[in-house]
Unconditional design. Structure first.
Length: 403
């Protein structure tokens, strides 16, 4: 009964910004079932979902069960938003293995296998290319439409129904498909310069590569801060989850995000009194007694945000083989910076490179919060949440560094 009351309250409350009432995955499912039984309109169901924030991770298995309960494309979109927002959270306790934690010797053995895998297998991957298809979700401001002619090196990819509409809640903006090259398992930035006017088009661009598994694992080891966290099921099999922290003086995690404005006053203002009105303000100003005249133009320059950030996160390891199945990094950023949050989750899985089966990135989630106006140091400013969910397909051997 309490859950039903919660669902009703969520339906009648006005829609706030994206951060809303926290619910569990079970409560989300109950709410969706209730709205389906009541035959709620898709827009009404979406309005209710906009007010939610999950306290648990919405796994792909749970998501597959929930999508048939959605009323239409708008509510389906909000389920994808909830998945992306909670990508780095722990799943519901009922989905976690009940296996007791391993003893210290077993934990050390798992980490030793992972160290060997990263150095001898993942680091030795041949160069390859893939196609990355990315969905962008964003709040606060409507982005420039693709039809405006503002385009970059990526091409538009079909994502079904066009959900986008101006609103303050997180909503679907666009999707794009672009080629990406990997060398030794690490993403390489394209050589061609991106000419898209990021920032001016009310969107940000992540211009640093995804965190490199080999670098993160090495820095976590050197920091001596790898700790047992829990067991978790990945693809139906128990994975050992370890947490870690890397301080600033040992971090090489580079962040580069484009772009943030810097407004420059280029005009000239001349203030005058009644005595100087004629000489400074002109003939028309002489009768006014005082005022200001001149050219009040301003100029906006766009700048990248760059830093090397400390970070913490988790490693998800197959205890038998040492294969890293997932990696989460959370940059630790200062409140006064224009970038407040960059959380990245990378899922790894088997893919075919020609006739060879290798473990490579298959999916990423990036959750960002920035100050689009570039005024984080001021007393009042607005933030914008942008979510990026990417899938990798069309893996091919070779790449920029292939010989």
């Amino acid at each position: 009964m309490n859950r039903l009351i919660l669902a009703v309250l969520l339906l009648v409350l006005p829609a706030p910004a994206w951060a809303g009432r926290k619910v569990t995955v079970a409560q989300l499912e109950e709410m969706l079932r209730s709205m389906q039984q009541e035959k709620r309109a898709d827009s009404d169901a979406a309005d209710a979902l906009k007010q939610l924030e999950l306290s648990e991770q919405l796994t792909r298995a749970s998501m597959a069960a929930l999508l048939p309960l959605a009323s239409g494309p708008y509510s389906t979109q909000q389920i994808y938003v909830l998945e992306a927002l909670g990508a780095s959270l722990a799943p519901p306790a009922s989905d976690l293995p009940s296996t007791p934690p391993p003893d210290a010797a077993m934990q050390k053995a798992v980490l030793t296998r992972a160290e060997a895998y990263v150095a001898r297998n993942y680091r030795q991957l041949p160069a390859f290319t893939a196609t990355r298809t990315t969905l962008r979700f964003q709040d606060n401001m409507e982005a420039v439409a693709a039809s405006s002619g503002v385009v970059g090196s990526a091409k538009e990819a079909s994502a079904g129904t066009a959900f986008s509409k101006p609103a303050s809640f997180i909503h679907y903006i666009n999707s794009s498909a672009s080629p990406v090259t990997f060398e030794h398992g690490a993403e390489k930035l394209p050589q061609e310069k991106d000419k898209t006017p990021w920032g001016a088009n009310r969107m940000i661009a992540l211009q640093s590569p995804d965190p490199d598994l080999e670098m993160v694992f090495r820095e976590a080891q050197q920091a001596g801060a790898i700790q047992w966290l829990r067991w978790e099921l990945i693809n139906g099999k128990a994975a050992a989850v370890f947490s870690f922290t890397v301080p600033r003086n040992q971090s090489k995690l580079e962040l580069k995000i484009c772009c943030f404005p810097k407004i420059i006053q280029t005009g000239v203002a001349r203030f005058y009194t009644s005595a100087t009105a004629r000489s400074l303000g002109g003939e028309d100003a002489s009768a006014g007694g005082g005022g200001v005249s001149g050219n009040y133009q301003t100029n906006t320059e766009w700048h990248d945000y760059k830093t090397t950030a400390p970070y913490h996160g988790e490693l998800f390891i197959d205890p038998e083989t040492g294969i890293v199945l997932r990696m989460i990094t959370r940059a630790e950023l200062k409140p006064g910076e224009v970038v407040h949050q960059v959380d990245t989750r990378i899922d790894y899985g088997p893919v075919k490179l020609g006739r060879t089966l290798v473990i490579a990135p298959v999916r990423t989630y990036v959750n960002t919060v920035v100050v689009p106006s570039g005024e984080s140091g001021s007393g009042i400013y607005t933030t914008r949440c942008t979510l990026f969910t990417s899938e990798f397909t069309e893996y091919q051997p070779g790449g920029a560094g292939a010989k």
